[in-house]
Design a protein around this ligand. Sequence first.
Ligand SMILES: [Zn+2]
Length: 96
Amino acid sequence: MTIELVTAELVVPAERLKMLRETLCRAQSALRVTEGWVDDAQSSETDAQAMERFVKLMYDIDQIAELVREIDRHRPLGIDGKHGDLHTPTCGCGDR
Ligand SMILES: [Zn+2]
């Protein structure tokens, strides 16, 4: 059986990719902090509730990471974390 992959394009102005990536990374960090990451289960939670919360957190962080990877495909970063001259047709740099 073949499963057909249906995709949806999101239209993002290329010049906003850098800012959008930074926002998504801040959102990931905020999720980790507000959800207490792994170690600090809320006192009223059962183990099952804590595990469910952890799984949901991992899912949310992975979803954001997927968007970041897609942004990086359009606007790649070097090992120094800078875009530099790694331009693509959709990186959004106006001054190359
Ligand atoms: Zn560029």
